[in-house]
Design a protein around this ligand. Sequence first.
Ligand SMILES: NC(=O)C1=CN([C@@H]2O[C@H](COP(=O)(O)OP(=O)(O)OC[C@H]3O[C@@H](n4cnc5c(N)ncnc54)[C@H](O)[C@@H]3O)[C@@H](O)[C@H]2O)C=CC1
Ligand SMILES: O=CCc1c[nH]c2ccccc12
Length: 302
Amino acid sequence: MPWDPVRLNDGHSIPDRFGTWKLGNGQSSVDQVDQALSVGFSHIDTAQFYANEEQAGIAIRESGLARSDIFVTTKYSGVGGLDIETSVQNSLKKLGLSYIDLYLIHQPYLALPDIPTTWKKMEALKDQGLVKSIGVSNFEVYHLEILLASAKIKPAANQILLHPYVNARQAPLLEYCAAHNIVVEAYSVLIPVTSQPGGPVDAPVNSIADRLGASADQVLLAWAKAKGAVVVTMSTKKYRLEGYLAAGDLLLTPDDIARIDEAGAKGLKQNHAFAFMRRLALVALAGGAALGVCGYLGIDLF
Ligand SMILES: NC(=O)C1=CN([C@@H]2O[C@H](COP(=O)(O)OP(=O)(O)OC[C@H]3O[C@@H](n4cnc5c(N)ncnc54)[C@H](O)[C@@H]3O)[C@@H](O)[C@H]2O)C=CC1
Ligand SMILES: O=CCc1c[nH]c2ccccc12
């Protein structure tokens, strides 16, 4: 049973998720997107920067799915210093589509010369029918405050980093987005099993996974869903993609979520301590090296 589509503030809906960044591992990008669509994903998340819009377009056409059954997100990433108007036309051409479902500003620093001017350009794309919905990515509360102060059209979504180790830091942003009816899309939700395994989140996630007969990645996806986010994830492996879709059925209890949140917050403190110790070690090393050089050169420091 796939995850339920989420309603955006402009009346459109955003369906099941899949990302396309860093496709590889021997399988062509076309095959990977093809595989995701055949497994049941209907949302392709790409970006100007990912340089795989053409492959995503081929896979969409090869899938034989109706355009209305696929939701395509792409992003203005500032590639080549091109402006938004030229970038969106290039993305449409590469994707082979007449419209994009959701167009995002990839990072706030790309909103040049400023956020209000850039957002006006985004609104014009929607008015022209080139994109159905417009949104942002990696925007923090103060970026959204600037944007909303002059916006005629609210951003439909904000795609942000969200996993248990950044949950506490991102909580005010999640609250702000909820209060303004902006859907949060979460990326890198699986960090505790990909690049930061072995941290305090592992114990609750694994014990919840055992109880539910699920995998750790499924529990993390269900955790992000419970936070109200639409998850953007990916895998080159078919069994993982199927597992991601099945995670839509996992029901975490409030206690499960609290345990993961608490463990995630501990991880942040440990990371600070680790970063401090690493900085201390680097200073000691640099000091030692400087003393050594001075000694070698015969410079008397004391
Ligand atoms: N807007 C933005 O700035 C960003 C957007 N994104 C989007 O989000 C998508 C997903 O981003 P990711 O960081 O890759 O997300 P992710 O945290 O969902 O990780 C996906 C990776 O986890 C691996 N994985 C899954 N289960 C695993 C397990 N049990 N053990 C080890 N590895 C496992 C998968 O094979 C895959 O490579 C991207 O493809 C892109 O579309 C990603 C980063 C930034
Ligand atoms: O999406 C993943 C990488 C990424 C995050 N922000 C930017 C901005 C411009 C290009 C790539 C990215």
